[in-house]
Design a protein around this ligand. Structure first.
Ligand code: PEP
Ligand code: MN
Length: 266
């Protein structure tokens, strides 16, 4: 179902009215984690004003250490919905567990994170519901495996899948991960699904995010996912890779022109 051979036209995924793919470019932005009502609402207003069409914010966080902040969980989802009400931006957030699916009924785009890319029961469960799914590439997964995971979701009846390249593990240690930009080209050859790039998790360092974001647009990405925090130095998760709202404004001014240059609409 994901194979380009049997479906030559690009798929356009509609996320509560925001289109991604087939010439429609969308930016997903917001903090790694929802921390308070003020924090998520402020970030929501700033990323929307800068031109992001979707708001992200993690409520259930897949942290490496069990002693790190685990997210505000169900309460965080409620705050994210308040931020949606305040701005009108559709919301994107990560699901980690099949049992949590009822909590995600009112979420506009359900994210399956890198660590769950091959959680096949979770893939089947999000495939059995109607909301679009943002499927992130696993930390050490091939493109073939990523496409097969999309196939799991699509085989259950949900064909609204957006793929996300977010960096992979390599022998390089100076960056959090290695951004595989060629994956954008190859995924577009292999599949008809939209491909977005997350430069924030790929490099782990805010100063590098704008350059990688611009490169992703040039590589043909259908969208970007960028972490933006009101106060990165105090962020409960992923502060080092988060842009300030002012830095995001500056990046978006460039991205808007670049997207137009490549003949797409933001
Ligand atoms: C995230 O988007 O906050 C996240 C945890 O991403 P990934 O699954 O790509 O690590
Ligand atoms: Mn993060």
């Amino acid at each position: 179902k994901a194979n380009r051979k049997f479906h030559p036209d690009d798929t356009v995924v509609d996320v509560a009215g925001v289109k991604i793919g087939g010439g429609n470019f969308a930016v997903i932005a917001g903090p790694c984690s929802i921390e308070s009502e003020e924090q998520i609402t402020y970030c929501a207003q700033r990323v929307k004003a800068a031109g992001a069409s979707l708001l992200r914010g993690g409520a259930f966080k897949p942290r490496t250490s069990p002693y790190s902040f685990q997210g505000m969980r169900a309460e965080g989802l409620d705050l994210l919905k308040l931020a949606r009400r305040a701005t009108g931006s559709p919301i994107v957030t990560e699901i980690m567990n099949t049992e949590h699916l009822p909590l995600f009924e009112n979420v506009d785009l359900i994210q399956v994170g890198a660590r769950n890319m091959q959680n096949f029961e979770l893939l089947k469960a999000v495939g059995r519901q109607k909301k679009p799914v943002l499927l992130k590439r696993g930390l050490a997964n091939t493109l073939e495996e990523l496409v097969m995971s999309a196939e799991y979701i699509m085989a259950e009846g949900n064909e609204n899948v957006i793929l996300c390249e977010r960096g992979i593990r390599t022998y390089e240690t100076s960056m959090r991960n290695t951004l595989d930009l060629a994956a954008v080209c190859m995924l577009h050859k292999m599949t008809h699904l939209p491909v977005v790039v997350d430069p924030s998790h790929a490099c782990g360092q805010a100063w590098m995010v704008p350059q990688l974001a611009k490169a992703a647009v040039a590589a043909g990405a259908d969208g970007l996912m960028i972490e933006v925090h009101n106060n990165p130095a105090k962020a409960k998760c992923d502060g080092a890779q988060s842009l300030t709202p002012d830095q995001f404004d500056e990046l978006m001014a460039f991205i808007a022109k670049e997207v137009e240059f490549f003949g797409k609409t933001l």
